[in-house]
Design a binder for this molecule. Structure first.
Ligand code: C5J
Length: 227
């Protein structure tokens, strides 16, 4: 059993029954020329999460914890992209359009890749998802059930969109969900702050909020049987 400092209260967890889920740290969101920038965002704001994600990944790997990386994106023929998603907003380029990193938000294109600094290690799960939540139209539930996982530590981007949706989905499915706040980021600093507040408010209505260093501290000296 390990214990992590968190809000609204410390949380005890079993590392063998926990997973680190790193959400959508893709070039399409973090680098110029991708999906994030086509929506008018300053993508440099997301870089703040890279260092803390590295800290969390190193700690999880050392502990032998299950690590899952997600990628938001669509099939090249866009058959899995709801028209309502494709039509929305007034982006400078739409999903599927060509860009400097290939077709925007399309699987197999360079922009869909996870940034080099957070490249998945061999054997880690890479989960492609068509929606914002990591449970929607994916086999995440089965992967977690196969490993007996009951606690999710969640990092990545963006705090109020795919991180939040995944935590809400996980919470409703009975997982203890912990956002590693500094390992998450948003194009809107205020949404990041309030997004984290929302998770831990009301006694932890969606879960807990902690940070990458506390996660690493909690795992010090633990080594998973699953390693
Ligand atoms: C967005 C995400 N923001 N990964 N996706 O569209 O948060």
């Amino acid at each position: 059993m390990a214990m992590i400092t968190a809000d609204p209260a410390p949380l005890a967890f079993t590392p063998d029954r926990a997973a680190l889920v790193v959400i959508d740290m893709q070039r399409d969101f973090l680098e110029p020329g991708g999906f994030g920038e086509t929506l008018g965002n300053d993508v440099s704001l997301l870089a703040a999460a890279i260092g803390p994600c590295q800290t969390a990944l190193a700690a999880a790997r050392a502990a032998g914890m299950l690590v899952i990386h997600t990628r938001e994106g669509h099939r090249p023929d866009l058959s899995d992209a709801p028209p309502a998603k494709l039509e929305r907003g007034v982006p400078s380029a739409r999903i599927g359009d060509p860009g400097p990193m290939g077709r925007i938000l399309i699987r197999g294109e360079p922009g869909h890749d996870i940034v080099d600094a957070l490249a998945p290690a061999p054997g880690e799960v890479v989960l492609d998802k068509p929606g914002k939540g990591a449970f929607h139209q994916t086999d995440l539930s089965q992967i977690l059930a196969n490993r007996g996982i009951d606690t999710l530590f969640v990092a990545g981007v963006t705090t109020e969109v795919c991180v939040h949706t995944t935590i809400r989905e996980g919470n409703d499915r009975g997982f203890r969900c912990v956002a590693l706040g500094d390992a998450c980021a948003s194009y809107f600093p205020e949404f990041h702050r309030v997004g984290l507040e929302m998770i831990k408010a009301q006694g932890g209505i969606f879960g807990w909020v902690s940070d990458a260093a506390s996660f690493a501290d909690a795992l010090k000296g633990t080594a998973s049987k699953a390693a």
